[in-house]
Ligand binder design. Structure first.
Ligand code: MN
Length: 232
């Protein structure tokens, strides 16, 4: 049974870590066990723990500190979590060194892009609303999926209605990553790489799969890669 390192949120005021159930239950549903690594664990210990695991899942959360991708903070930047940035940057580097598959969700996709040398749009201000005011499982906008990608093979479709809870997006795509989905306004909604195995989505499948089972395919593809199955 694959053991998956999962990152989580951190509340600096209360000094406690937390994570939504949907990630843990989705992994269990597709045959894996989540081992949650709180940001209070040092980057060194986090990276060490990863050497006993089979994959890395970067969950959603706050904004990445802009200096980490070569920008100054703009006025409309949201909250940042330096402790978590430090931990997750170390984890992504270690996962790549160990050859472990990585699944990035929302902030997770932004972290992966920043670690690999891309940058972010600090605040989206376009024609499509990307911060829905609706239940988490609601399909808010559509995305077009690039044919022939890991994501297209996992989902078996070229268009998908997704939820949307982000005010930032991937800007310049990091070398080694390719875009696998965009929303109609051109915002990058998924990126991936087959070597190392990386899949990252801007939406939140962990809030969707309970009502829309096709979103489990993302977790299934990831856990398959963690088992060493050919699906990339
Ligand atoms: Mn969106």
């Amino acid at each position: 049974m694959p053991l998956i390192a999962v990152t989580c949120m951190y509340d600096d005021k209360e000094r406690r870590s937390f994570l939504k159930d949907g990630y843990i239950q989705a992994l269990e549903r597709v045959g894996a066990v989540a081992a949650v690594l709180p940001p209070s664990l040092s980057p060194q210990a986090s990276a060490q723990a990863l050497s006993r695991m089979d994959g890395l899942l970067l969950s959603g959360g706050t904004d990445v500190a802009p200096l980490r991708y070569g920008q100054q903070p703009r006025p409309n930047l949201g909250p940042v979590d330096p402790l978590r940035d430090e931990q997750e940057f170390a984890l992504v580097r270690k996962a790549i060194e160990l050859g472990l598959p990585i699944l990035g969700i929302c902030r997770g996709m932004q972290v992966i892009n920043a670690v690999l040398g891309g940058d972010l749009i600090q605040h989206i201000d376009g024609n499509i609303q990307h911060q829905q005011q609706a239940p988490g499982w609601h399909r808010h906008h559509s995305v077009r999926i690039e044919p022939g990608t890991i994501l297209a093979r996992a989902l078996g479709r070229s268009e998908l209605g997704v939820n949307s809870f982000h005010h930032q997006a991937v800007g310049t795509v990091a070398p080694g990553l390719k875009v696998s989905a965009r929303s109609p306004d051109g915002i990058i909604e998924a990126v991936e790489s087959s070597e190392p195995w990386i899949l990252a989505v801007q939406w939140h499948p962990e809030l969707m799969w309970q009502r829309h089972e096709e979103f489990l395919a993302i977790f299934r593809a990831f856990v398959g890669a963690c088992r060493g199955e050919e699906n990339g």
